[in-house]
Design a protein around this ligand. Structure first.
Ligand code: HEM
Length: 119
């Protein structure tokens, strides 16, 4: 549907741009960049695109690890989580996504917080 969240994020192209922009911002952000130093960033990008595509109603099936598996041992704090959400919002602004659609996506991510945050 043209008004689906997936379409509002710009479909596959839009979601890919949003994820890449967010990861570039993360790699440059003093608050959280240390988390991304020794990471297969291409894999993280691909899995994240797949996950956001599926979550927003697009034609994808997430094939990555669970949020608990992929974040255990990374010691991600509440403020790390909030920092990444802020960068995701900036990336969606950059991509021209409406605040309403942004909040819809964030509402899908919020329940994952408990599996990602460690302390
Ligand atoms: C709702 C928020 C988040 C979502 C949806 C998310 C999603 C993902 C996904 C899909 C992967 C790849 C899983 C795989 O390899 O199969 C991943 C890995 C990773 N995430 Fe997140 N993530 C979130 C929050 C965060 C935060 C806040 C940080 C740190 C600031 C973070 C750091 C990482 C790192 C470092 C990896 C790679 C781990 C490895 O080396 O395998 N994530 N995340």
């Amino acid at each position: 549907a043209p008004d689906s969240l997936y379409q509002q994020l710009g479909g596959q192209t839009g979601i890919t741009r949003i994820v890449e922009d967010m990861l570039l911002r993360a790699a440059a952000d003093a608050r959280i960049k240390q988390h991304f130093v020794e990471v297969d960033i291409v894999r993280v990008r691909d899995k994240l695109v797949e996950q956001l595509c599926e979550l927003s109603g697009g034609p994808c099936i997430y094939s990555g690890d669970s949020m608990e598996e992929s974040h255990t041992g990374l010691h991600i704090s509440r403020s790390d989580f909030n920092a990444l959400v802020e960068l995701l919002q900036a990336a969606m602004d950059q991509q021209g996504v409406s605040v309403r659609a942004q909040n819809q996506l964030l509402a899908h991510l919020a329940p994952m917080r408990g599996e990602i945050i460690e302390r």
